[in-house]
Design a protein around this ligand. Sequence first.
Ligand code: 0FX
Length: 231
Amino acid sequence: MRPILFFSDNRAIFDGLKSYLADKDWPHDFGCSPGSGLAREIRIRDVADDLGRQYGLIVSAHCKQLFPASLVRAVPCVNLHPGFNPDTRGWYPQSFALARGLKVGFTVHFMDDQIDHGPIILQREIKARPEDTSKTLYDRILAAEVASFGDWLPKLLDGTCTVELPLDAGNYHSRADFDALCEFDLDEIGTFRDFYNRLRATSFAPFRNAWFRDLETGKRIFLRLDVETED
Ligand code: 0FX
């Protein structure tokens, strides 16, 4: 059996994978993107052919690099995405779920030549609560992802996993979409619910996401919500 390459740029996922794999006898290696510092740093597009020959399965678990189509064709590549495909493909799924009322959770799927797309192996919806911010919802998604390895990895390896095709292309959100979500116009007219949702969708300490510009000084003023439920 050719080894598995686990590729992650996210500390919580990487640590969770390491502890899940500790008592398994599956031959495997870890990789990460240059600068992540979590494992062997690999620039995927430079060595895609080698990876395709060396590994029997590649698992991308919050990897910041795009997989070239040639690699995805050469070896099964599986992606763990912190969004609910096809509703929330792309960047910061929980932010768009809160701002636009879309579904979120996590999705495990075979990769194809489009981002967060391809036959779905497993997905779980995590429901947003009225008091959630991007941070609290993200923390629950991440915990669910870390708890899920045993639900799909063994099935992938023993060949018993089944897949479902996404019904449509859904929504892909880019980093530019997130930047647009973060820019507030104080004269915009809408419901308070819409503004609450957009503010909590961009509240993730310590990031300075949402902002409006002070026209007198020209400086941006950053906003972040602090939400509490009574005991
Ligand atoms: O690793 P990850 O949790 O996930 C991201 C993408 O959302 C995901 O679609 C992609 N598959 C994966 C490879 O990369 O991202 P992160 O650790 O960079 O950020 C975690 C959360 O932090 C994010 O969901 C929202 C928040 N955040 C992050 C940055 C950098 C912000 O609110 N503002 C920011 O500027």
